[in-house]
Design a protein around this ligand. Structure first.
Ligand code: BGC
Length: 773
């Protein structure tokens, strides 16, 4: 765990230059706008350790799979969102000497991510080897108003010399992915254009044929006036740069404004790409940096108005939750139905920017409650659009008759993951995709989704479960062998309680939905039956038999659900108390077999099931299972603590809930898992939001009614959050005095607070005393 980021409610501040932390800060201070994003790399050259990264959503490359031992059903490739052309670059030469923080003496270094207004700022004082000193400050952002635009203001002031500063703004498409399987470059040049004060490079991804045109237009000022300069034009493969010599003396301020446009064939015709890029760059240039900046600040202001969470009395927690909300909206805005949420967003290469079950299990509630209803629906339709591929994925593994296995990792619906214990066995992901449909309908009340899209997905998933289980004559029940539950620290287990539960629930839910759609829209139902050749009688008869006789491991003596058949044969007397700090994280310290044999659980597994279906279990059952599994969980997946917060809060374990909350909210800011340099854990940030709103806020939706039962962690004076629900817009405020719910809508709402029903008129509020848990 590190603790170098200064606590501040709106800013992520790194002070002092520590090259060892550079890559962590590059991840933390990443900026993005849902369409593109980038790590907080330096504009000028840097010879130290860095992970250069700019990404364009949806633009990927199928990198040929590399495995030691090929297994049937492995994917041919892993789809990666690519490191894309660098538009931030500005080389600085001072009388022929490079400005490079890797070789300079650096003072007063600050890198700040301003979450309130959505920009990245940096300033420092550098002494070059020659003894020349300069002061630099820069500000840049990816516009959320025009999501193809980026802008930079870069200022450099000589402090102790008179000479020439050569400034070279450039666009460089000759970039690599650190995780390229065969050290291959993924881009080829299509064309480029260079003018006096602008330059454009169009590149194409190999194999997938995406075109991306990246353009820049710039202007240089000296002491507030347009500087007098000529430009040299440099070009080489995939690169254009314009150099300018500016003569200067002590305290002359040179400011470079660089406007960039990133245009892709995802949204434009390939033929007109360069022209489109020139148009966008010109438009940005005409608006100017200050206008673009103001627009950016206003647009973020609007987002915060709608989705902010405020905490009084705990700056670390406040900074943590805002960081999560900020990163979520930098990654996915819901504007484009083809896009999804990669586990690292635009902050790094790991996980390839692809879609995981993280979206449905962790990100979905965040978008349901903070964005327009269409965003949730769109996330579901994304999977519906990929249904045929999911059926093909299942067919590759020998399943038939329209059974679907959604991929563990994907860009276009095809499975990309290639570790057998995950690809073939971590099949619980199918359950999360079905659960999101249920969650959407429960939250929004939009049942039309079921007939239009949902049922088709549910039937295909149920068909999979029905073929994946088998009947054990010995047990007289249906069992499921050879699976990996969410706890990836155990593979190839039999009867993972969570997976069996999800399968059983999916079958039951699908049958309910069949009845509903048939009743409410028989024509649609019949058309679907016909389309997918659904033999309702035979298939549902089988499903019912399975659902009614599904084996769910349970231990009478301990009175807990058993994570899987062999779990209690482990030395379960051990808990994390037995793990000394040198042993942690176990995934970096232990051999894999030792991890597999140990009782330590990577992330919520049985507890994930209790979280999803808590209404089906009494509090005592949840408590017994929580008390058994939580002390054995090492939380080495960032997705783990959030589920524990929700359950701990429900059980009145306030300290535990708070401890887990801080861990999830500040996971990257404090680099808990020692891996933030690879990128931030973006999908788990939505989990942090969920931990807050469902955990501390006690928000639930049951029986078409929204309910809250807030509690206030010790040491907090109060907090407030906002949610949208079925056209209502509600603010929940909790303080030591009590809870206030403000109904910001015109319509009256009926809701529950601490289990009691109330009506709140439109634009009115309700105050209720705090009820101790
Ligand atoms: C977790 C998975 C998750 C993946 C991507 C893994 O470490 O165990 O549950 O889907 O990371 O976030």
């Amino acid at each position: 765990m590190k603790n170098y980021i200064k606590h501040d409610p709106w800013l992520i501040i790194e002070e002092g230059f520590n090259p060892e932390y550079n890559q962590i800060s590059e991840s933390l201070c990443s900026i993005g706008n849902g369409r593109m994003g980038q790590r907080a790399n330096f504009e000028e050259q840097y010879s130290g350790e860095t992970l250069q990264g700019s990404y364009v959503a949806g633009v990927y490359y199928p990198d040929k799979t590399r495995v030691g031992w090929w297994k049937n059903g492995y994917p041919e490739y892993f789809a990666k969102v690519l490191n894309a052309p660098n538009w931030i670059g500005i080389d600085i030469q001072i009388d022929g000497e490079s400005l490079d923080l890797g070789t300079c003496k650096v003072k007063d270094f600050r890198r700040v991510l301003n979450m309130k207004e959505g920009y990245l700022e940096r300033s420092f004082h550098a002494r070059l080897v020659s003894g020349k000193e300069v002061k630099v400050s820069s500000k840049r952002f990816c516009s959320i108003v025009d999501d193809e635009v980026g802008a930079i203001r870069y200022s450099i002031t000589p402090l102790n010399f008179e000479g020439t500063i050569n400034v070279t703004p450039y666009v460089d498409g000759d970039v690599v992915n650190q995780d390229s399987n065969y050290d291959e470059k993924f881009w080829e040049e299509v064309d480029k254009l260079i003018k006096r004060r602008s330059g454009y490079v169009t590149v194409e991804t190999k194999k997938t044929g995406f075109h991306v045109c990246t353009g820049m237009k710039f202007e240089i000022f000296k002491n507030g006036e347009i500087a007098d300069y000529n430009t040299y034009r440099y070009q080489r493969n995939k690169y254009v740069g314009c150099g300018a010599d500016i003569s200067c003396k002590d305290n002359d301020e040179i400011v470079i404004y660089k406007y960039a446009a990133v245009i892709s064939s995802l949204n434009h015709e390939k033929e007109g790409l360069l022209e489109a890029c020139r148009k966008v760059t010109r438009k940005a240039y005409k608006k100017g940096f200050d206008t673009l900046s103001n627009e950016q600040a206003n647009a973020w202001g609007q987002k915060w108005e709608e989705a902010d969470i405020t905490i009084e009395g705990d700056v670390a927690a406040q900074q943590g939750i805002r960081f999560c909300i900020f990163q979520m909206y930098q990654t996915y805005t819901g504007e484009d139905e083809r896009l999804n949420i990669g586990p690292k967003g635009f902050t790094g290469e790991k996980y390839g920017g692809s879609t995981y079950w993280d979206t449905e299990a962790y990100c979905f509630p965040f978008y349901l409650a903070t964005a327009d209803q269409k965003v949730g629906r769109q996330l579901l339709i994304y999977r519906h659009n990929q249904l045929q591929k999911a059926i093909e994925n299942a067919a590759k593994l020998g399943f038939k008759d329209g059974a679907a296995l959604y991929p563990m990792v994907t860009m276009n619906g095809e499975e990309c993951h290639n570790e057998w214990e995950i690809t073939f066995e971590e099949i619980h992901r199918n359950g999360a995709i079905a659960y999101a449909i249920y969650d959407y309908v429960r939250y929004t009340g939009d049942k039309s989704y079921l007939g239009e899209y949902g049922l088709e997905v549910l039937i295909a998933i149920s068909r999979f479960w029905a073929q994946r289980v088998h009947y054990s004559t010995r047990k007289g029940q249906y069992v499921m062998h050879g699976v990996t539950g969410p706890n990836e620290y155990e593979n190839n287990v039999n009867n993972n309680w969570y997976t069996n539960l999800m399968a059983q629930w999916c079958l039951k839910y699908t049958m309910e939905v069949i009845d509903y759609v048939e009743k409410t829209d028989p024509d649609k139902y019949l058309a679907l039956e016909e389309k997918i050749k659904f033999y309702r009688m035979t298939e549902t008869k089988e499903w019912k038999k399975i659902a009614d006789n599904m084996y769910l491991p349970y231990d009478k003596e301990l009175d807990v659900f058993v994570q899987h058949d062999g779990f209690l044969d482990k030395d379960w007397t051990k808990t994390i108390e037995d793990l000394t700090p040198e042993n942690r994280p176990i995934n970096q310290k232990w051999s894999w077999d030792r991890i597999l044999r140990s009782v330590y659980i990577k992330q919520a597994d049985t507890l994930q099931g209790l979280y999803f279906f808590e209404e089906n279990y009494d509090e005592k059952t949840i408590k017994r299972n929580f008390n058994f599994y939580e002390p054995r969980t090492v939380h080495e997946s960032s997705l783990s603590p959030c589920v524990h917060v929700v359950l701990a809060a429900k059980l009145g374990k306030e300290e535990k809930a708070y401890e887990m909350y801080l861990r999830t909210a500040r996971l990257d800011l404090d680099d808990y898992n020692n891996d933030t340099e690879d990128g931030c854990h973006t999908t788990s940030m939505a989990g942090t939001w969920m931990a807050f709103v469902k955990g501390f806020g006690g928000m639930r939706v049951y029986d078409d009614m929204v309910q809250f039962s807030p509690f206030l962690p010790a040491g907090w004076k109060g907090y407030a959050f906002k949610v949208r629900w079925r056209g209502y817009y509600l603010k929940v405020k909790a303080s030591r005095k009590g809870t206030t719910i403000v109904n910001h809508s015109d319509e009256e709402i009926r809701l529950k607070v601490f289990g009691k029903e109330y009506d709140i008129k439109g634009n009115d509020e309700l105050a209720v005393a705090m009820v101790p848990k």
